[in-house]
Design a protein around this ligand. Structure first.
Ligand SMILES: [Zn+2]
Length: 94
């Protein structure tokens, strides 16, 4: 089930399963390594879905740029809508 996850750098990230990626035209294929994954992470600021390994690698190197926040939030809200996440799910991530 899709879930908003806490990211210590402040990025908006949603974890979801392969089958849920079809809701945003994904096919459970990682946007970084192009391999299939059962579970992965929507990285809103990149508009990409990463497998566990690529997400961890990206997270290590990623830098949070406050100027991207509007773009990130608009993507985050789109993903939340298609994945049926609510404000209550936001709270749980905090
Ligand atoms: Zn990957």
């Amino acid at each position: 089930m899709a879930k908003i996850i806490k990211n210590e750098k402040g990025f908006k990230v949603i974890s979801c399963s392969m089958s849920e990626t079809t809701k945003f035209c994904g096919m459970g294929i990682c946007d970084s390594c192009s391999k299939a994954a059962f579970n992965g992470y929507v990285v809103c600021v990149l508009n990409r879905w990463y497998c566990e390994k690529c997400y961890q690698e990206w997270n290590k190197e990623a830098t949070y740029y406050p100027e991207d926040v509007n773009y990130e939030l608009s993507k985050f809200n789109q993903f939340k809508k298609v994945l049926n996440l609510t404000e209550a799910d936001n709270e749980k991530a905090n």
